[in-house]
Design a binder for this molecule. Structure first.
Ligand SMILES: Cc1cc2nc3c(=O)[nH]c(=O)nc-3n(C[C@H](O)[C@H](O)[C@H](O)COP(=O)(O)OP(=O)(O)OC[C@H]3O[C@@H](n4cnc5c(N)ncnc54)[C@H](O)[C@@H]3O)c2cc1C
Length: 527
């Protein structure tokens, strides 16, 4: 090892090596990036602050009944609920929301719902692309859209978005696919238990990243990027990537002042004359959720929490012997989906997704309960803000959970439609909205939790360069996902989504990361 000689942050750090690409964060987007960049023959470093997760990745956490089974709690779909009661060392301890800080990020701890996005999700939110242009022209002369793998023989006068693959029984997703192919390559180097503190830069040119070990086998020091062509990709999630940007002197001035005043970073932070003004943390979105709770005598709830340490023996054996039965399905049984599009009086359509499961919510307990959770997605106008505090922890300081009156109007319409449909069946008891309570009153005084852990949009993509404003408006990354004002710094995770999408986001985040890597690899002249 040698010592770096640059002045400012990073000047006294142990040099840990040089890479063509450094990817910060091994979640939904980071795993796609590690795989695609190493596949392209690049020398890649993947840095993840947390420990391994699934058994195949080296994780070993789980209840006693999994001992000797080559499974961890993260492998078994029916053990998802444990994240809500036991998450020390797994959840990110510097965010005031639930997020996975371990290999796989959210994809290692989530309940695994996985949707191909509908085209409108891209068309509505993202800057226009040739795909939109071409398919519009083709549609006008009679071509139709298909989901390619559902209709392999429809290859005449049709168009489609790229399909992707998944499998079941045990946790799949990018840990079981992208990560497996990526780690088999000698040009990919993986470092776990290591936090990216900040990027080291001269103006807009990133020369490397400073890292800090989070446990004894982590690394502390400086990783550099190849001079003239090397790039740093942030994939640390909708809270983690903004945090790295703030600590690197990139963001709204009030946030950079907080980092500057902090005990941890203040004395070594990049000089304020080099700060890059961008609206990082603005535009925060989630899927605001509204539950309808009913009861019906035919329903039988399953205690997925009890199954963690004391599974029903028949269910345990069925799972261990044949990867079948209820433990092979995601807790808490979100097995019924439905969708609708409604137009409130601002004229902008809102997409709704409902997920129903046999479980109570809003303090209802019992064996015969069903909760239907409504998510408002594409078209959503409610926005919030995420900020950093003096301990360098991230928090939602302006909630994005329904602060637009037309979003609320659409939510009321959607709940009303569902309640009307339920009311026609006299064997169903509607518990929330309460008997006699109007839907509008229920939605406006909602007693439940609106968060869905689908955080996005804190580094939004757009063609309106945010450096041109005062750091509170405009976009953070361009359509190649490059951070405005920099030569070679990119954000490729959930942060870049400009607006909310229809369904649970993991697959869309992976697709966006695929596209980001394709664009980044195609960039000419080094940067
Ligand atoms: C409990 C829960 C349930 C969910 N259920 C579903 C579901 O069923 N279906 C669905 O589609 N979505 C679900 N989601 C959402 C989905 O998992 C996330 O939207 C998705 O994982 C976000 O992808 P990402 O790549 O942006 O970030 P993440 O997957 O969060 O990955 C970020 C990674 O970066 C690491 N990191 C952070 N900071 C640093 C740093 N400074 N240095 C190095 N590494 C760092 C983190 O440890 C993490 O591994 C759920 C999320 C949660 C938390």
């Amino acid at each position: 090892t040698s010592t770096a000689t640059a002045s400012g942050p990073g000047s006294t750090l142990v040099n840990l090596g040089e890479f063509d690409y450094i990817v910060a964060g091994a979640g939904a987007a980071g795993l796609v990036a590690a795989d695609r960049l190493s596949e392209a023959g690049k020398k890649v470093l993947l840095i993840e602050r947390g420990p391994p997760s699934t058994y195949a990745t080296g994780g070993r956490l789980g209840p006693a009944w999994l001992n000797g089974e080559n499974l961890t709690r993260f492998d078994v779909p029916g053990l998802f609920n444990q994240i809500w009661v036991d998450s020390a060392g797994i959840r990110c301890d510097d965010i005031d929301q639930m997020a996975g800080c371990l290999l796989g990020g959210g994809t290692a701890v989530n309940s695994g719902l996985f949707f191909k996005p509908q085209s409108i999700d891209w068309d509505y939110n993202f800057p226009a692309e040739p795909y939109d242009l071409i398919t519009k022209v083709l549609s006008a002369v009679g071509y139709t859209s298909v989901t390619a793998n559902d209709s392999p023989n429809k290859k005449n006068r049709t168009f489609a978005h790229t399909p992707f693959m998944y499998f079941n029984g045990e946790r799949g997703g990018p840990l079981a696919t992208y990560f497996e192919t990526a780690r088999a390559r000698s040009n990919l180097h993986i470092v776990l238990n290591t936090t990216v503190r900040r990027v080291i830069r001269k103006g807009g040119r990133i020369t490397g990243v400073e890292v800090v070990a989070t446990s004894s086998d982590g690394k502390t020091g400086l990783y550099s990027v190849t001079p003239n062509t090397g790039k740093v990709l942030l994939a640390a999630g909708a809270f983690g990537s903004p945090k790295i940007l703030f600590r690197s002197g990139i963001g709204p001035r009030d946030q950079l002042e907080v980092v500057k005043a902090s005990a941890t970073d203040g004395s070594t932070m990049i000089d304020s004359s080099k700060w890059i003004k961008l609206p990082v943390g603005y535009n925060l979105q989630d899927h605001p959720s509204t539950d309808v709770v009913i009861s019906h005598p035919s329903v039988k709830d399953y205690d997925f929490f009890a199954a963690f340490n004391n599974p029903i023996p028949a269910d345990r054996d069925l799972y261990l012997n044949s990867r079948a039965g209820i433990l092979a399905t995601a807790a808490p049984g979100p097995n019924t989906m439905f969708w609708e599009s409604l137009v409130p009086s601002d004229g902008i359509p809102r997409q709704f997704q409902w997920t129903a499961r046999a479980e109570g919510s809003i303090n209802e307990k019992g064996d015969t309960l069903v909760t239907a959770s409504q998510y408002i997605g594409t078209g959503l106008k409610s926005r919030g803000r995420m900020t950093i505090n003096s301990d360098l922890n991230m928090a939602v300081t302006t909630s994005p959970h329904l602060n637009d009156p037309y979003d609320i109007e659409a939510v009321i319409q959607s709940v009303q439609l569902f309640v009307d449909a339920l009311s026609a069946d006299k064997s169903i008891t509607i518990l929330h909205p309460a008997p006699g309570q109007s839907v509008a009153e229920y939605v406006n005084n909602y007693p439940g939790h609106r968060g869905t852990n689908h955080w996005i949009a804190t580094c939004k993509m757009g063609t309106d360069d945010g450096t041109k404003g005062n750091g509170t408006t405009g976009s953070v990354v361009d359509t190649d996902t490059k951070v405005y004002g920099t030569d070679n710094l990119f954000v490729i995770d959930a942060s870049i989504f400009p607006g909310q999408i229809t369904a649970n986001p993991t697959a869309s985040i992976m697709i966006a990361a695929e596209k980001a890597i394709e664009n980044i690899l195609a960039l000419k002249h080094g940067y």
